[in-house]
Design a protein around this ligand. Structure first.
Ligand code: BJW
Ligand code: ZN
Length: 225
């Protein structure tokens, strides 16, 4: 049985019209990271952070999956080995592209997390207008997002899959953020072949056995087929 682990980043959703983080006109240009993507920023100004994610949610709802998301959905249906699709993205474009098993290691934009009773809920407009937890009633909902300094989700499962991977593929990520940026080394050390599909060389490009440069909507379908 062949084991594949795929890691995706903001670059796979760029052609669906969602901004990446570190591009020149990227998300971090107009939104200082420490204000909108840290627990300290949220504690200081929760409304600012909620507004940032409200805007992102609206953009995500208006976006559609592109050929790269759809190719990975097709791969999940047709591949008869073990496949783990790990995304750093908080959008739901993998799901809408047909993938059913996506692991969102940095959380999900459309999910709300109650700090009072530790339950998760769909972040509907209703919830935003009166941000009370449907389970306990407390006004303690925060975006279900992994911010800097917080532990990404399901790391045990990811490291386990990386330790057994025959192939590791990284798609549309700059390799600037850990622990995801270290996955290529973990997979390599365990004997996996490693492939990078990205618009430009990432920070850890030299760590991959092979790099293919170009837009995800072209590279990913070609690789899958
Ligand atoms: C295309 C394309 C097209 C464009 N086709 N490609 C010093 C050393 C090492 C680590 C650290 C350190 N100091 C701090 C840390 C840890 C920190 C970290 O890594 N910081 C770095 C900045 C140095 N990491 C953390 O804090 C993480 N947690 C952690 O480590 O926990 C362990 C721990 C906890 C507590 C105590 C002790 C240890 C958590 C990281 C959370 C990241 N969160 C964010 C925001 C939330 C989600 C959201 O709002 O959406 O996640 S940051 C942001 O960056 C987002 C992304 O998921 C993440 C990665 O970005 P991504 O996807 O790579 O996007 P870009 O824009 O960077 O790149 C896009 C790429 O696509 C580019 O290469 C383009 O070329 C390409 N592209 N168009 C193909 N059409
Ligand atoms: Zn609650």
């Amino acid at each position: 049985m062949v084991n594949i682990v795929i890691l995706t980043g903001a670059g796979i959703s760029a052609e669906s019209g969602l901004k990446t983080f570190r591009a020149e006109d990227g998300l971090w240009e107009n939104h200082p990271v420490e204000q909108v993507a840290t627990p300290e920023g949220f504690a200081r100004d929760p409304d600012l952070v909620q507004r940032f994610y409200d805007e992102r949610r609206a953009q995500i709802r208006a976006a559609a999956p592109n050929a790269a998301h759809k190719a990975l959905g097709r791969l999940e249906r047709e591949f008869d080995g073990n496949l783990l699709l790990v995304t750093q993205n908080i959008d739901d474009l993998h799901e809408r592209g047909g993938a059913t098993q996506t692991l969102h290691m940095h959380g999900e934009a459309l999910s709300a997390w109650c700090l009072s009773c530790d339950t998760r809920h769909s972040w509907s407009t209703t919830l935003r207008d009166s941000p009370q937890c449907p389970s306990c009633g407390d006004a303690a909902l925060r975006p279900d997002i992994v911010w800097f300094g917080e532990m990404p989700y399901q790391m045990d499962r990811i490291f386990d899959a990386l330790s057994r991977a025959d192939l590791f593929v990284s798609i549309g990520t700059s390799g600037a953020v850990y622990p995801a940026a270290g996955f290529v080394q973990q997979a390599s050390a365990n004997g996996a072949r490693t492939l990078e599909l990205n618009l430009e060389r990432s920070a850890g490009s030299h760590l991959f056995d092979e790099t293919r440069l170009g837009p995800a909507s072209e590279l990913v379908p070609t690789w899958v087929d």
